[in-house]
Design a protein around this ligand. Structure first.
Ligand code: C2E
Ligand code: MG
Ligand code: MG
Ligand code: MG
Length: 277
C-alpha cells in the first residue's frame, strides 16, 4: 500500500483497488453470460402474518452461482446489472421465471396464498408503460397475485412520473411495497401521494429495536404512520422470537426473516410452506 501526493491531488495506488476493479469487470461479463444462458436461479422467502403466523406471500430473490467465483451476492451483481444496462433484461427474466414457478405450483395442486413479491430496480421505474409490460410478462398469473418492491430511490429521481407509474400499477391490480423504508430520503408529502400498499421496515431498524431505544421509536413511528395513511407494514430481517413479539405488540402486520425461514429454492419452499388445495 502506498499513498502519494502529487500536484495537490491525492493520488492513491492500492493493489486491492486494482483487484476489486478486475473482479468487477470479470463479474460483469460472466453475469451477462449467465443471464442469457438462463443460469440464474430464484429463491423464495416466506412472509407471514404476525398475528396468525400464516403464510401471506413470499419475496422472490435472485441468486447467481458463478463457476469460478462461487455464489455472488445480489448486492454485488444487481448494481453491476444496473451499470451495464442489463437490469431491464434481468427484471424480465425474474418476473417471467417467478410467474412460471407460480403456474407450476398451481398445476401441482399447491396453493400459493397472497402475492409473490418481486424487486424492481429504480432504473426500471422510468417508463409509463411499466404496468402493461409487467402484466404481459407475468401472464397468465393475475396482477392480484403479484407484488412489486421498490426502494425510495425509485421515486426520488422523478417523483411526478413515479406517482403516475404507481397509479397505473395499482389500477392494473398490482400491489406496491416501499422496500428498505426509512433508509432513503423520500418526502412524506410524496409518500402520501403514492399508491403504495405497504411499507417494508428496513432490517437495520428491526435488528436493534430491542437494544436501541431510538430504533424502537423509529419502528413504532413507521407502523403508526403507515396505518394512518392506510398502508400495511412488513418488518424485514426478523431473526428472534422477541423481535416478533415486540413487532406484534406494536401492531406491525407482517414479518419476513430468518426466524421463519431463509430464502429457499422453489422445491424446498414448496415442501416447507405450500399446502395442497
Ligand atoms: P431486499 O429486497 O431488501 O431483500 C431482503 C434481503 O434481506 C435479502 O438479501 C434477504 O436474503 C435478506 N434477509 C431476509 N431475512 C433476513 C434476516 O432475517 N436477516 C438478515 N441478515 N438478512 C435477511 P439478498 O437476497 O442478499 O438480496 C439483497 C438485495 O438485492 C435485495 O434487498 C434487493 O434489493 C436486491 N435483489 C435481490 N434479488 C433481486 C432481483 O431479482 N431484482 C432486483 N432488482 N433486486 C434484487
Ligand atoms: Mg425486497
Ligand atoms: Mg428490503
Ligand atoms: Mg435491501
Amino acid at each position: 500500500h502506498e499513498a502519494k501526493r502529487s500536484g495537490g491531488n491525492a493520488c492513491i495506488f492500492d493493489v486491492s483497488i486494482a483487484e476489486a476493479l478486475n473482479r468487477r469487470r470479470a463479474l460483469a461479463e460472466r453475469f451477462a453470460r449467465a443471464l442469457v444462458e438462463d443460469r440464474l436461479t430464484l429463491h423464495y422467502q416466506p412472509q407471514v402474518d404476525l398475528v396468525t403466523g400464516a403464510l401471506v406471500g413470499a419475496e422472490v430473490l435472485c441468486r447467481w452461482k458463478d463457476e469460478h467465483w462461487g455464489w455472488v451476492n445480489p448486492s454485488e451483481f444487481i448494481p453491476l446489472a444496473e451499470e451495464r444496462g442489463l437490469i431491464q433484461e434481468l427484471g424480465q427474466w425474474v418476473l417471467s421465471s417467478a410467474s412460471r414457478q407460480w403456474v407450476a405450483w398451481q398445476s401441482q395442486g399447491l396453493r400459493f396464498p397472497g402475492r409473490l413479491s418481486v424487486n424492481i430496480s429504480a432504473l426500471q421505474f422510468t417508463d409509463l408503460s411499466l404496468a402493461e409490460e409487467i402484466k404481459a410478462m407475468a401472464a397468465p398469473v393475475p396482477p392480484e397475485a403479484i407484488g412489486l418492491e421498490l426502494t425510495e430511490s425509485g421515486f426520488m429521481r422523478d417523483p411526478e412520473l413515479a406517482v403516475e407509474i404507481t397509479e397505473r400499477l395499482r389500477q392494473a391490480g398490482f400491489a406496491l411495497s416501499i422496500d428498505d423504508f426509512g433508509t432513503g430520503y423520500s418526502s412524506l408529502s410524496y409518500l402520501r401521494r403514492f399508491a403504495a400498499d405497504t411499507l417494508k421496515i428496513d432490517m437495520s431498524f428491526v435488528c436493534d429495536m430491542l437494544e436501541n431505544q431510538s430504533d424502537y421509536t423509529i419502528v413504532t413511528t413507521i407502523v403508526a404512520m403507515a396505518h394512518s395513511l392506510g398502508m400495511m407494514t412488513v418488518a424485514e430481517g426478523v431473526e428472534t422470537r422477541a423481535q416478533a413479539d415486540a413487532l406484534t405488540r406494536l401492531g406491525c402486520d407482517r414479518a419476513q426473516g430468518f426466524l421463519y425461514d431463509r430464502p429457499l429454492d422453489s422445491q424446498r419452499f414448496a415442501a416447507r410452506w405450500l399446502t395442497p388445495e
